[in-house]
Design a protein around this ligand. Structure first.
Ligand code: AMP
Ligand code: FES
Ligand code: ZN
Ligand code: ZN
Length: 309
């Protein structure tokens, strides 16, 4: 197969776009797509101060690379959750991930980042806190998500950033959408968007510049750009429902290329309708008595309650 732009051998073929590109034109296309999404959804302005949450995985490292290349003022944030699976024959997941972030930044003089070590700052690692609360019953993923959201918002607020960006890709967004539709989580549906505006002083603006890019597209970019990342999934994610949704959607995509993109973009159009809007406007948030972050609970936010118990 040949590159549609220059006729040289193509390295990557996107069936859903009927597009094959070479190793020069693919990264160019990828960067352009990212920039377009940032502009289309008015995610942030060229002069914005951007905080990027980097996990050490391919998506967030690719995004960091692209944003720096586009000239944005971007600062990294790695949250060390203390996920260590060595006692079960696995890897020290959080340390390995952290090392990928450190290595990435070491090869790019302009890359600056902050590490928040959850155990050092809050007295317990994420798995320890989850164990205490849930006594080992369920997976810790929801508590992990709660901690990550809190820390990201805190660092973004404290550092006075204009926007917090994450590496969520189309596969992530389509799977989340699938789950939200399957269980008719209308509140979540109302808040699932490429960009979420700031809410008062409390909640920082959030954006997902890769929301229209397939996971295999971000993977191809990292490969061509020579970005090394942590290949392993979080050990707690094994068997997670979100992975099942991803598999289901991938099967459908295989049979009908473009399914995930249509599903997600169709949702974004439907989102503009009144049913979703009302839900989005229906939540009132008040500052947490302890940390000051916005919360739907009257006194303490879910994060502070986690450490109270
Ligand atoms: P995930 O929920 O693991 O698919 O991650 C989605 C996005 O959240 C990533 O692309 C990152 O932007 C961010 N993220 C996940 N884990 C971390 C972490 N430990 N530290 C900082 N950002 C993270
Ligand atoms: Fe949070 Fe896996 S990354 S539980
Ligand atoms: Zn080409
Ligand atoms: Zn709080």
């Amino acid at each position: 197969m040949k590159c549609l732009k220059c006729g040289r051998p193509a390295v990557f073929h996107m069936r859903h776009h009927k597009l094959a590109l070479c190793e020069i034109h693919y990264p160019e296309w990828f960067v352009k797509q990212t920039e377009r999404a940032i502009q289309k959804y008015r995610m942030f302005d060229p002069g914005a101060r951007v905080l990027i949450a980097v996990s050490g995985g391919k998506d967030s490292l690719a995004l960091w690379d692209v944003l720096m290349g586009l000239g944005y003022a971007v600062h990294g944030l790695y949250i060390d959750l203390g996920i260590d699976w060595r006692h079960k024959g696995g890897i020290d997941y959080s340390s390995v991930s952290r090392e990928k972030v450190v290595q990435f930044a070491a090869t790019r003089p302009e890359a600056r980042f902050t590490v928040v070590d959850v155990a050092a700052e809050y007295g317990e690692s994420m798995p320890q806190a989850a164990q205490r609360i849930r006594r080992g019953r369920d997976k810790p993923c929801s508590i992990c998500g709660l901690i990550k959201r809190h820390v990201m918002n805190r660092v973004a607020r404290d550092g006075d950033y204009d926007v917090l960006v994450t590496g969520h890709n189309l596969d992530d967004e389509a799977a989340a959408l699938f789950g939200n539709v399957l269980h008719w989580k209308t509140g979540y549906l109302a808040r699932q968007a490429p960009v979420l505006p700031a809410q008062g002083e409390g909640l920082v603006r959030k954006a997902k510049p890769f929301c229209r890019l397939y996971e295999r597209e971000t993977a191809a970019y990292t490969l061509i750009a020579g970005i090394d990342y942590v290949y392993a999934e979080c050990p707690y994610a094994i068997g997670a429902t979100s992975l099942r949704y991803k598999e289901t959607l991938s099967q459908m995509e295989h049979q009908a290329p473009g399914t995930k993109l249509q599903f997600y973009l169709g949702f974004l159009r439907a989102r503009k309708e009144a049913f979703f809007r009302e839900r989005a406007e229906g939540v009132t948030l008040t500052p947490c008595h302890n940390c000051g972050q916005p919360s739907s609970a009257p006194d303490l936010c879910a994060f502070c309650r986690l450490w109270e118990r």
